[in-house]
Design a protein around this ligand. Structure first.
Ligand SMILES: [Zn+2]
Length: 89
């Protein structure tokens, strides 16, 4: 009976050690992914940090793209310039 108890206790220790390694591995994997994804996110989405600047097709002024008015492949600083450009072209 004592041999059986020893075997089950030993198995328990092995399970704990395996769990410890698995946890360490999972933590390392998560940390690695967090760092890599955090870096690549900043590269893929530049609007988070820096604003993309565009030139108005009507008056040539430099302004942030998100503040502009889009018309097909052109960007304008305001609706007025978009209408003016549409009439003159
Ligand atoms: Zn303009």
């Amino acid at each position: 009976m004592s041999g059986l108890r020893y075997a089950s206790a030993r198995r328990h220790v092995v399970e704990i050690v395996l769990l410890k390694w698995l946890l360490l591995f999972a933590l390392g994997f998560l940390a690695y992914h967090f760092l890599v994804r955090g870096r690549s996110k900043r590269r893929i989405r530049p609007e988070d940090g820096s604003v993309r600047m565009v030139t108005c097709a009507g008056c040539g002024v430099f302004f942030p793209e998100r503040d502009g008015v889009k018309d097909a492949d052109r960007v304008f600083c305001c609706e007025k310039h978009k209408d003016q450009w549409g009439k003159s072209h």
